[in-house]
Design a protein around this ligand. Structure first.
Ligand SMILES: [Zn+2]
Ligand SMILES: [Zn+2]
Length: 337
């Protein structure tokens, strides 16, 4: 089969590789769509997770079940499915504590096993869901991105009536802005840099960092001087962290969705006197079904974040769009025959 293989940092090539071997509780999926994640760009460029190369990349995939392992009970050949890339071991201390998404021996498509940028990939049956008929394969690949956005909002202690500051207008920031519609009377403020993207943020009040003299003052004004209840970092800069800490109201919660490289500085005095909660957000607590429900919700219209669909062969163009097309693209899907 054809697959996109990371040979060495910066070297993603298409090549012929053997089809994956099917495990007892796994599905062999003939890929129909696989979507590029911003984290793929980092993995390809710097390999921060120390992936053992060569590796088939890609973790947002969907397709048709071609074969099932002997232990599979919930799926059959021909089923149309979306896959979630995180494979918890279900026996470690974290899994036993109910934190499967923080598993100590976590498996992950495209990290410790072949991913979805290939004509076939395998997934354990509990990490697959049947694709709703109203979604295309490309749209259903958004299941996991939507899952992690739900987690980021939950970790930010998002509730009905809350105000929230989302910093970053990448695909995740835009998905989160739209998702906030599920919270009644939520006030959403999105800080970004790209009009093309911010226009797609649903009901959010948008602030362009490039043209605003004082983003903090604008956030305060939008909340009648109160500050926000919740904030999510969807960019990894110290500046964003400073803004979030300054914009949160007392007892507000910051969810750190994007990691900041190095050791950022933080105003601990503000954290102390405002009793702020700062917490990480990584993967998700099995929101697969909820994500598919939201993806089918016409009012949320999450699927609109897929701005481009390109055939698998044109992967170079697709990756270029994701890294350079910030004024014209959000999510880019690769489509298979
Ligand atoms: Zn992803
Ligand atoms: Zn585990």
């Amino acid at each position: 089969m054809k697959a996109l293989v990371l040979q060495a940092p910066g070297q993603l090539i298409m090549k012929e590789v053997p089809k994956p071997v099917l495990g007892a509780d796994e599905l062999l999926i003939k890929t129909k769509a696989a979507t590029i994640c911003t984290s793929d760009l980092h993995d390809i460029e710097y390999n921060p997770f120390g992936i053992k190369l060569p590796m088939i990349m890609g973790h947002e995939g969907a397709g048709v079940v071609e074969a099932v392992g002997e232990g599979v009970t919930d799926f059959k050949t021909g089923d149309e499915v979306a896959a979630h890339p995180v494979i918890p071991c279900r026996v470690c201390e974290s899994c036993k504590r109910g934190l499967e998404h923080l598993c100590d021996n976590m498996g992950h498509l495209g990290i410790d096993r072949g991913g979805a940028f290939a004509e076939y990939f395998t997934i354990r049956q509990d990490r697959a869901r049947k694709k709703p008929a109203s979604l295309s394969f490309a749209e259903s690949t958004l299941m996991e991105p939507v899952c992690v956005c739900i987690e980021a909002l939950e970790r930010a202690n998002m509730k009905d009536g809350n105000s929230i500051l989302i910093i970053g207008d990448g695909p995740f920031g835009i998905l989160m802005s739209r998702l906030c519609k599920v919270y009644k009377d939520a006030k959403v403020i999105l800080l970004g840099r790209h009009p093309f993207r911010m226009e797609r943020a649903g009901n959010a009040i948008t602030i362009n960092e490039r043209t605003s003299d004082n983003p903090l003052a604008e956030v305060m004004k939008a909340t009648d001087g109160k500050g926000v209840d919740s904030a999510v970092l969807c960019v990894g800069t110290n500046q964003a962290l400073d803004l979030a800490v300054a914009a949160l109201r007392p007892r507000g919660t910051l969810s750190v969705f994007s990691a900041i490289a190095g050791r950022p500085t933080i105003d601990m005095f503000k954290v102390h006197v405002k009793e702020l909660n700062i917490c990480g957000s990584c993967n998700d607590m099995n929101y697969l079904d909820r994500a598919l429900e939201y993806l089918q919700d016409e009012e949320l219209n999450l699927k609109e974040v897929i701005t481009h669909q390109l055939p698998f062969d044109r992967f170079e163009e697709a990756f270029r769009l994701v890294s350079k097309g910030k004024d014209s693209a959000l999510k880019v899907s690769l489509i298979f025959e």
